[in-house]
Ligand binder design. Structure first.
Ligand code: AP5
Ligand code: ZN
Length: 215
């Protein structure tokens, strides 16, 4: 099964994709994570993407579509979870092409619907473990013991450079201008399933599970 998680910054795409990967063996393909890894490694793609990401704007369609193309073959039998891709009409068409080339298809486009003020709170409170990448939030999902990662015990944490309020507003404007307009493309194919992204992490997970299990 191949699914897209579509939603504005902070909607919970990464949280739900990581859970689905762990629970179902599907592969999370996050263009944001791929770009951050490229920035950290100082590759040519990373050098180009760094400033664009810090402004909260979109990286070029050619770069992100190539990143997805490189990873798609590794996606397991259980399929792929596209997290943060596609974000433009050109990316949606590129994804169709990449899947068709491999004789695969999209099963669902899951839209996480959320309220923008909640998103700013979610994003500005977010941090992750510098060692294992486990994601947390100052108020919604704190570590069980303060300052210690639940998953690996590390005491080193990090915050994303684009998680400040000003950049978050730009990222949301980009979502409204370029990503939301691709929904009709998928509605025409009857692939869009809407989920209430304002609910708790567990309740959102249950809604997604019901869609994937055909209930
Ligand atoms: P990307 O990394 O994709 O960031 P984003 O879309 O802005 O999304 P986020 O990662 O901020 O949020 P999320 O929806 O994953 O939420 P999360 O689960 O973390 O992209 C970053 C940048 O890279 C872009 O701005 C762009 O420059 C570039 N880029 C990436 N892909 C691109 C593409 N395809 N084309 C062009 N450029 C691209 O949750 C957020 C917080 O809320 C967490 O703390 C979490 O614990 C908490 N939380 C999650 N769910 C809930 C819940 N139900 N209730 C309460 N709290 C919750
Ligand atoms: Zn950890």
């Amino acid at each position: 099964m191949n699914i897209i998680l579509l939603g504005p910054p902070g909607a919970g795409k990464g949280t739900q994709a990581a859970r689905l990967q762990a629970a179902r063996g599907m592969m999370q393909l996050s263009t944001g994570d791929m770009l951050r890894a490229a920035v950290a490694a100082g590759t040519p793609v990373g050098l180009q993407a760094k400033a664009v990401m810090e402004r909260g704007e979109l990286v070029s369609d050619a770069i992100v579509s190539a990143l997805i193309g490189e990873r798609l073959d590794a996606a397991s039998e259980q399929g792929a979870i596209f997290d943060g891709f596609p974000r433009t009409q050109a990316q949606a068409e590129a994804l169709d092409f990449l899947l068709a080339e491999r004789g695969r298809r999209l099963d669902h486009v899951i839209e996480l619907a959320v309220d923008e003020d909640e998103l700013v709170k979610r994003i500005t409170g977010r941090f992750s473990c510098a060692n294992c990448g486990a994601g947390y939030h100052d108020s919604f999902r704190p570590t069980k013991i303060e300052g210690v990662c639940d998953a690996c015990g590390s005491t080193e944490f990090k915050r994303r450079p684009d998680d400040n309020e000003e950049t978050v507003r730009t990222r949301m404007a980009e979502y409204r201008a370029k990503t939301q307009p691709i929904l009709p493309y998928y509605e025409a194919k009857d692939l869009v399933r809407r989920v209430d992204g304002m609910a708790s992490v567990e309740a959102v997970a249950a809604q997604i599970d019901a869609i994937l299990d055909g209930n």
